[in-house]
Design a binder for this molecule. Structure first.
Ligand code: PMP
Length: 351
């Protein structure tokens, strides 16, 4: 703290991202990145964009990308909002779409950026405990609120809430915006994007960081009714009028044009995730059913902390949360076949 700090900054409790270790040769399974890499067509498109035009500002509307997303999902361009990763999209949602003065509802446990945004904007957040089996119960979200948000699949549990239950939450809150954060939906879940034309209060956010393997490019988007998108654009243009740089726009458009790469890598991750699940279960781990690119797992005889430490000592990094109710668990990102074999080999020696 310094005398130059605003009191607003003194009170902030920022999000701490997962570690990005500098050492090579680690098996890095801690931040839910995609092990397969982006489409080569994305890399080509970014290379082609490395030219003299970099002296020019990018398109402030990001029109080519909005168009690619709209066409991909059968929507209109005015139903699409772009941001620097879905984290930025979510920040604008908290500012522009949630009613201040009533609590925003989100699960406990869930993505730990939500309470951070509440703190940043001085919004009250109310956490709703997950059920015994770490599921979201739709009935819990039919209570007065300033908005609702949850990831589907949820993080870090990986559990997917079926679409009919998502729809029940949206329908129960006709005067509030319900946000479905679909960062991990492409690994076996079902998107609520098909419902946006039916519900003007539904906003779905997605990212290119996971299934499209572009975490380093920072591209996220939200889709919903044009009125919701307009509010988000007003917030964005009050911060920064350029949603994405030229390289990110070019790469992201190319990502939507290579559907076969996208589908093949998703299938690859799903196959590997299911292999890891079966091996963990054979070692006595309990594994929550996952529709994400990670598994959430605990062992009856070993603490999460000791397993995370034991893995790290042998060069395998996974995520352990020091948080009540889940401190027994490890969140393990699905890696390549070789990385997953190494993970299981090390765990076999530890349990
Ligand atoms: N939502 C959830 C649930 C996440 O786990 C993440 C990744 N940390 C994000 C959103 C943000 O992803 P990005 O900013 O890379 O799009």
């Amino acid at each position: 703290m310094s005398k130059f700090w605003s009191p607003l900054v003194n009170d902030l409790v920022p999000y701490v991202p997962g570690e990005q270790p500098k050492m090579a040769n680690l098996v890095k399974l801690n931040t839910n990145e995609n092990p397969f890499g982006p489409s080569p067509k994305v890399v080509d498109a970014i290379r082609a964009e490395l030219n003299d035009n970099l002296r020019l500002y990018p398109d402030p509307e990001g029109e080519a990308l909005k168009d690619a997303i709209a066409r991909y999902h059968g929507l209109n361009q005015d139903q699409v909002f772009l941001g620097n990763g879905s984290d930025e999209v979510l920040a604008h949602i908290f500012y522009g779409l949630f009613q201040h003065g009533q609590p925003v509802l989100f699960p406990d446990i869930t993505y730990s950026f939500y309470p951070v945004y509440c703190g940043l904007y001085g919004i009250e957040g109310k956490t709703i405990p997950l059920t015994e089996s770490f599921e979201i119960n739709p009935d819990d979200y039919a209570q007065p609120n300033g908005g609702v948000i949850f990831p589907n699949p949820n993080a870090p549990t990986g559990r997917f809430l079926e679409l009919s239950k998502v729809e029940a939450i949206v329908a129960a809150n006709p005067d509030r915006v319900v946000v479905i954060d679909e960062a991990y939906v492409d690994f076996g879940g079902e998107s609520a994007i098909t419902l946006v034309d039916k519900y003007p209060n539904l906003l779905v956010s997605q990212t290119l960081s996971k299934a499209r393997s572009l975490a380093g490019l920072r591209v996220g988007f939200a889709v919903g009714h044009p009125d919701l998108i307009e509010a988000l654009n007003r917030v964005k243009n009050s911060f920064n009028s350029y949603p994405l740089d030229r390289l990110a726009l070019a790469g992201a458009v190319a990502a939507f044009e290579d559907d076969s790469w996208f589908k093949a890598t998703c299938e690859g991750v799903i196959g590997e995730r299911d292999w890891v699940t079966s091996k963990l279960e054979a070692l006595g781990f309990e594994v929550l059913p996952s529709k994400a690119n990670f598994v959430f797992t605990r062992h009856p005889d070993h603490s999460g902390e000791s397993l995370a430490r034991g893995l790290r000592d042998q060069g395998v990094i996974v995520r352990h949360f020091n948080k009540a109710r889940i401190d027994d668990f490890l969140r393990i990102t699905t890696g390549t076949a070789d990385q997953n074999k190494r993970l299981i080999e090390v765990l076999t020696g530890l349990v």
